[in-house]
Design a protein around this ligand. Structure first.
Ligand code: AMP
Length: 351
C-alpha cells in the first residue's frame, strides 16, 4: 500500500496537486481522546453548522446524548460496557454529512444505543487514490453527531486498527470484481476487512449501511450471511441535495463549476428511470443514460451499468420487454475533474 505504513500513521505530505484546492490538511491528534465532548443541553444558537441537505433540529435546546470518543479498542470496550439495551452501529470514514446522519437517525430509531465509527480505512484505497487527501475533521464530525445524539464514537488511528499488516484476509468473492471492482480491484477486500473487524469489536445487534454504496451493502450482507455473523444489516436510502446530487464526503473536492457538472450523474439516472417507466427495455435504458453522460461537459465516465441488484450482473438487452416487472439497479461512476463520484438508482423494467 503506497500511502500507508504498517504500524504507524504515514505522515507523508499529500500531493497538493492531486485534488486541486480541495486538499484539506490532516488533523492533529484529537484533543477529545476519551473525553466528553457533548453533554446535557445544547444551548440555542450554539448548534454547529449543518451540512448540505440537512435541516435544523426541531428544537435547538433539546437534549443531546453524551458522546464518548474511544481512540483505542480498550477505550471502546469501556464505553460499550456502560451501555444497556440494544445497539446499532454506523460505520463511516468521517467528513460527515446528511447522508451519514440519515444512517444515524435510522439507527437512533431502531436501537437503544447508537455507536458510530469514524475511520479512514487505508486498506480500501488503491495506491493512486485519495487516502491522504481524504477530508478529516473529527471536531466537526462530533459536533454534527451531537445534533442527533449518539452513545459512543470509535475514532481510532490506522496503527490501532492495523498494528501490523493483516495476514488473514477476507475474500469478498466474484461480485467484488464487478463495477467498482474493475477500477478499484482491492477496494472491497479492504472494506470487508474493516467492517468485519469493527463488527467484531462493537458486536451490535444491527448495523446500518447506505444504499449509496449499493455494491458495498450487498457484499457486507453476503459476508454476514456466509460467516454467520450475529448482526442484522439494514439499508438506508440515498440522501441527495435538493438538486439531486447524492451527498458524499468527496463532494467537498468539487469546485463550484464541477459541482454543477456533477449533477449529470443523478440526471442520467433519472432519465434512465423515466425511460424504463415508459417501457424501454434494458438496452434502451442504458442508451438513454449513456447518451446524456457522453454529452455532459466535464464528466468522464468510468461505467454506467444496469444490473441485477443481487448479483450485480448486467441485465440482458431485451429484459424488461417481457410482461413481468423486474427490479434493476442503474449504477454510475464518473470523474468530474479529478474527483471520482458514484451514484445509483433502483428502477423497474416493465413489459
Ligand atoms: P463513507 O463515510 O463514505 O464510507 O460512508 C459511510 C456510510 O454512509 C456508508 O454506509 C455509505 O453508504 C453511507 N452514505 C454515504 N453517503 C450517503 C448518502 N448520500 N446517502 C445515504 N447513505 C450514505
Amino acid at each position: 500500500m503506497a500511502c500507508f505504513r504498517w504500524g504507524g500513521v504515514d505522515r507523508r505530505t499529500a500531493d497538493p496537486t492531486a485534488f486541486g484546492n480541495a486538499v484539506e490538511p490532516r488533523q492533529p491528534p484529537s484533543p477529545h481522546s476519551g473525553c466528553r465532548v457533548s453533554t446535557g443541553r445544547m444551548p440555542a444558537g450554539e448548534s454547529p453548522p449543518l451540512p448540505p441537505g440537512e435541516t435544523a433540529p426541531s428544537s435547538p435546546g433539546r437534549l443531546v446524548c453524551v458522546t464518548e470518543v474511544a481512540r483505542t479498542k480498550a477505550e471502546l470496550a469501556t464505553a460499550l460496557a456502560s451501555l444497556e439495551g440494544t445497539s446499532a452501529l454506523v460505520m463511516t470514514m468521517g467528513a460527515l454529512h446528511g447522508g451519514h446522519l440519515a444512517l444515524v437517525r435510522a439507527a437512533r430509531e431502531a436501537a437503544d444505543n447508537v455507536v458510530v465509527s469514524i475511520f479512514v480505512n487505508p486498506l480500501q484505497f488503491g495506491p493512486d487514490e485519495d487516502y491522504e487527501a481524504y477530508p478529516r475533521d473529527l471536531a466537526a464530525d462530533l459536533a454534527l453527531l451531537g445534533t442527533v445524539g449518539v452513545e459512543a464514537v470509535y475514532a481510532p488511528e490506522a496503527a490501532e486498527v492495523y498494528p501490523r499488516e493483516p495476514i488473514v484476509r477476507i475474500d469478498p468473492g466474484p461480485v467484488a470484481a464487478l463495477l467498482e471492482g474493475k477500477t478499484r480491484p482491492t477496494h472491497f477486500a479492504g472494506v470487508l476487512q474493516v467492517v468485519h473487524k469493527v463488527l467484531n469489536l462493537v458486536r451490535p445487534d444491527m448495523a446500518f449501511f447506505g444504499q449509496k454504496d449499493a455494491q458495498q451493502l450487498a457484499l457486507v450482507r453476503t459476508m454476514v450471511a456466509d460467516l454467520d455473523m450475529p448482526v442484522e444489516i439494514r439499508a438506508v436510502p440515498i440522501e441527495r441535495d435538493v438538486d439531486g446530487l447524492a451527498l458524499s464526503s468527496r463532494n467537498s473536492y468539487l469546485s463550484a463549476t464541477q459541482r454543477i457538472e456533477a449533477l449529470a450523474l443523478s440526471q442520467a439516472l433519472v432519465l434512465g428511470k423515466d425511460a424504463a417507466a415508459h417501457g424501454l427495455p434494458a438496452d434502451g435504458v442504458r442508451e438513454v443514460a449513456l447518451r446524456y453522460l457522453a454529452e455532459a461537459p466535464g464528466v468522464r465516465l468510468d461505467y454506467l451499468a444496469l444490473v441485477d441488484p443481487q448479483t450485480f450482473q448486467e441485465i440482458g438487452p431485451d429484459e424488461g420487454a417481457a410482461p413481468a416487472v423486474r427490479l434493476a439497479l442503474l449504477a454510475v461512476a464518473a470523474w468530474v475533474g479529478p474527483t471520482r463520484l458514484i451514484d445509483n438508482m433502483e428502477i423497474e423494467l416493465h413489459g
